[in-house]
Design a protein around this ligand. Sequence first.
Ligand SMILES: [Zn+2]
Length: 323
Amino acid sequence: MKSKYLHTHHPVKAKWISGNSQGWKAMCEARSDTGNHISWKISRGEIDFWFENWSSLGPLYLLQPDIEGNILIKLNTVYNNSVWNWNSIQGDLSEDVKNKITSLGVSLDNNVDDTAIWRESNNSLFTFHSAWNIIRNKRSSNIATGKKWNCAIPFKMCFLTWRVVYNRLSTDDQVAKLGINIKPGCYCFVNNSLETADHLFYKGNLAKNIWQSIANSLGVRLIQNSLKLLLLNWWNTHTNNPIASFIIQAIPPIICWEIWKTRCANKFKKVNPSPYRTNVNILFTLLQIMRRKFGKTNIGETWRSLSNIFYANIHQHISNPVK
Ligand SMILES: [Zn+2]
């Protein structure tokens, strides 16, 4: 299965698409459910630098949203002979993050294998019982209706949304908890406390602007109470047809992804945030995903054309991908 579906990509980037086997689908789903509960105790450093959770900052590729899944670099390539070799990472990390990583005091031991730590059991060992508890809790909790794990949406976006909802993203408040000094403030310039996921994705100026403008364009009613309620309400919006239903499912992970990209571009590359640009990127990403899923179905290229779909009488057969 690995050579058939994964090629040289890291499992984090794996996804199921229509036509792949059901076994592969189950593995992709289990990965979504359980991957966030695994971290690594480093010894040999044979694990992936970008995609494994070894640094206490979470998987580093989340700090660098544009990193490609086919860049596979072992930790012991980057940290070699007790020196961090930053030229080898084929991506960019801010000086801040590099300093944090350096301060972790990593030491490699060539005689011992790296150990995966399953955070949901007392002895760090994976058990099906504890994994099942996670999946069962997920299914029974309101927020996790499973809609955000739609396989047509890139896994990186779903994974990020999962981390937003469960507050497992390396926002400033989380990084500060590790004892790292962070200057308060955020890119929407109205906040003098530490950046939080809630502020970034829901309460902050940019997030508010994006959620509101897209909800207005599509005629979706926004409930403004908390991010979880907003998502729950969004995903429960009634739609008339399968294409509108897909749009409703896809938009939250795309919004979270583009907000995170805007935030990282501001934090690490000093690019000024622009609600207009973020909005255009969200539309562009949504249209790309929809063309992949619905093929040549005429969906137009604007929010207005998408909102027209909400009132159209389209039948189920159109939801089959055109190959
Ligand atoms: Zn702000």
